[in-house]
Design a protein around this ligand. Structure first.
Ligand code: COA
Ligand code: AMP
Length: 626
């Protein structure tokens, strides 16, 4: 094993040598001659001039190398009672055919394709098919409502939308097609075609611009597509994520840096190589799904498990252990909330008894803070190392982790361990000065960010710079606050902006506030994320009514909860809105959301000296604590 410290130093002292070496794991059509282009700093580009195809690296080259009959993807769907294994040869065949179908719909290199699908193999095939022909995919999580989908359609301006007829949740079937049709009615942009994958649980009505997935996939209907060579710096995908404002940010991932970084991370962080099996319980609509369900396991020649179900209730809290046993899984990756859900139902992990989980080497958790209790429970019950690692949609792969493939570093509960090679993590004070050990501040990363991290925001370099690179020149602002201890271990204490994490899902309180504020009875409002035992955080809304409003409180609260559900989606999980007389503010009119959150969480409360009227806060305190 190499030493972590040596690799880390090398990556910062000579990034070009470090990542140039890592690039050898990728098959290039034109090998990189230059590793890092700093000409347009603070916007950097990795491997300019090099050329490749990401789909070729994920599929074709493994078939060429003799892995044709190895399982590439295992689909396990307890909610539909389906299990199916796709070998590398089969996944390649289906992908090439669907890529041909996209070409038949007029999609060419550089066009965007929006994918609105649940956890079905066809979602993975659609993503890889886009990569194959150099189209840029944008997957939208199925739990988002039409209005959110419409915003993404208008920003990504897809030539084609690929959708499934429905998603299957444990208690209900969600028809996607009517949601998509509603989004298209709201959007200004008109895609030319919608390809619909019909599922038997709810068959969608087809319109004149809709094409059935199966028509495109009929043998010999369209010729399979070959890989189109793209520039390393060309975009592979756009993934929208919540920011401080209601308008989501279109994170752009390039092809070359992404392939290099993900392939490197599989070995160094996840200790997963060709023939190993990785089970990432997330959703293809999130970055964890993009990176560690789809691209990284396939780039590594491993087998990925695509699971359509929940950690509990489909059918029970032993389903993860069943999957590990059945497919001989070597690494599980999910969000801490999934383990809290399992523990709540099966605290002594009795359901483990029926399964052989000896293949499991490591459990990886990310997406939200891993509380020490859950960490200890998982370590004790599974008897394998539990790795908390910290990253973001923006970075695409972990910033901090215990790198299992490099060195077994000591674990500290409550910390995602140390910065990975490529990430010069610093904690800064408000003036941008690096802070010493144990001092809390803004967690930032010195530029350049390593390959695989966001190239920019979709067609908006300016917003990229103003959102992430302007607060502290020379640094990327992560949006998280925290500190490093004397050993260099990072402790992430939470967001410093209006982003909250609900069951590992990243949501913007700003966009929920925009929905509440649009109600005719509401004069002003605030949404804050409060601590929740299961989901980590839950949103709570507070509204002040316009003078003269006579709607009964209960009815209004229900209306507001429903409004957020229909405008943002069920995934927002806003269940409680309180009507209050006033909101606490500073003298300049800024609502004291942080103070409200501290009171609701029972944390030490910091009341700024600039508060306008302390009696407003006093009156609100019992409501916040209630
Ligand atoms: N399409 C449509 N609706 C969806 C959806 C999807 N893909 N995913 C979730 N929803 C809906 C759910 O049905 C639920 O609706 P409801 O309010 O009518 O019950 C709502 O959105 C909230 O869903 P969820 O956050 O999944 O909560 P839950 O109470 O159903 O389950 C957990 C709780 C902890 C079991 C669940 O959140 C979980 O498995 N988390 C794992 C973490 C994870 O995958 N994180 C991703 C990043 S790593
Ligand atoms: P997302 O972009 O959805 O992956 O969410 C990223 C955010 O989730 C980060 O900015 C953190 O606030 C939070 N997060 C992710 N992983 C961790 C972790 N291991 N510990 C603490 N917070 C985390």
């Amino acid at each position: 094993m190499t030493s972590y410290a040596g690799e880390y130093r090398k990556s910062l002292d000579d990034p070009a040598a470090f990542w140039g070496e890592a690039a050898r794991a990728i098959s290039w059509n034109r090998k990189p001659r230059q590793v890092l282009d700093e000409e347009n700093a603070p916007i950097y580009r990795w491997f300019p001039g090099a050329r490749l195809n990401t789909c070729y690296n994920a599929l074709d080259r493994h078939v060429v190398a003799g892995r044709a009959d190895q399982a590439a993807l295992i689909y396990d769907s307890p909610v539909t009672g389906t299990k199916r294994t796709y070998t590398y040869a089969e996944l390649l065949d289906l992908t090439a055919r669907f890529a041909g179908g996209l070409e038949a719909c007029g999609v060419t290199k550089g066009d965007t394709v929006l994918i609105y699908m649940p956890m079905v193999p066809e979602a993975v095939i659609a993503m890889l098919a886009c990569a194959r022909i150099g189209a840029v995919h944008s997957v939208v999580f199925g739990g988002f409502a039409p209005a959110e989908l419409a915003v993404r359609i208008d920003d990504a301006r897809p030539k084609v939308v690929v959708a499934a007829s429905c998603g299957v949740e444990p208690t209900r079937v969600i028809e996607y097609k009517p949601l998509l049709d509603e989004a298209l009615r709201r959007a200004g942009h008109r895609p030319e075609t919608t390809v619909v994958f019909q599922r038997p649980q709810a068959v969608a009505e087809m319109g004149p611009q809709d094409v059935d997935w199966r028509t495109l996939m009929t043998p010999n209907a369209v010729p399979p597509a070959a890989c189109v060579t793209v520039e390393a710096t060309d975009p592979l995908y756009i993934l929208y994520t919540s920011g401080t404002t209601g308008r989501p940010k279109g994170i752009v991932r390039d092809n070359g840096g992404h392939a290099v970084a993900l392939a490197w991370s599989m070995k160094a962080v996840y200790d997963i190589g060709p023939g190993d099996v990785m089970f990432t319980a997330s959703d293809v609509g999130w970055v964890v799904g993009h990176s560690y369900i789809v691209y990284a396991p396939l780039l590594a020649g491993a087998t990925t498990v695509l699971y359509e179900g929940k950690p509990v209730g489909t059918p029970d809290a032993g389903v993860f252990w069943r999957i590990v046993d059945e497919y001989k899984v070597n690494a599980v990756f999910t969000a801490p909330t999934a383990f809290r859900a399992i523990r709540r139902i099966d605290p002594s992990a009795k359901l483990l008894e029926g399964y052989d989980i000896s293949s499991l080497r490591t459990l990886f958790l990310a997406g939200e803070r891993l509380d020490p209790d859950t960490y200890r429970w998982a370590s004790e019950k599974l008897g394998v190392p539990v790795v908390d690692h910290w990253w973001q949609t923006e970075t695409g792969w972990p910033i901090c982790a215990n790198p299992r493939g490099l060195e077994d570093l000591p674990v500290k509960a409550g910390s995602p361990s140390v910065p990975l090679p490529g990430y010069d993590v610093q904690v800064l004070d408000p003036l941008g000065q690096p802070l010493g050990p144990d001092q809390e501040g803004a967690i930032c990363i010195r530029l350049p960010l390593p390959p695989g991290t966001l190239a920019t925001l979709w067609q908006d370099d300016e917003r990229y710079v103003s959102s992430y690179l302007s607060a502290f020149p020379g640094y990327y602002l992560s949006g998280d606050g925290g500190y490093r201890d004397g050993d260099g271990y990072l402790f992430v204490m939470g967001r410093t902006d209006d982003v909250i994490n609900v069951a590992g899902h990243r949501l913007s309180t700003g966009s929920m506030e925009a929905v509440l504020a649009a109600h005719p009875a509401v004069a002003e409002c605030a949404v804050i994320g409060v601590h929740d035992e299961l989901k980590g955080q839950l949103p709570r809304g507070f509204v002040v009514l316009k003078a003269g409003v006579e709607t009964p409180g209960d009815q209004l609260r229900d209306e507001l909860v429903t409004l957020v559900r229909t405008e943002i989606g069920a995934v927002a999980s806003l269940r409680r809105v309180d009507v209050v007389a006033a909101l606490p503010k500073t003298r300049s009119g800024k609502i004291l959301r942080k103070t409200m959150r501290e009171i609701a969480d029972g944390a030490p409360v910091s009341v700024p000296s600039t508060i306008e009227d302390v009696s407003v806060l006093d009156a609100l305190t019992p409501v916040l604590r209630g």
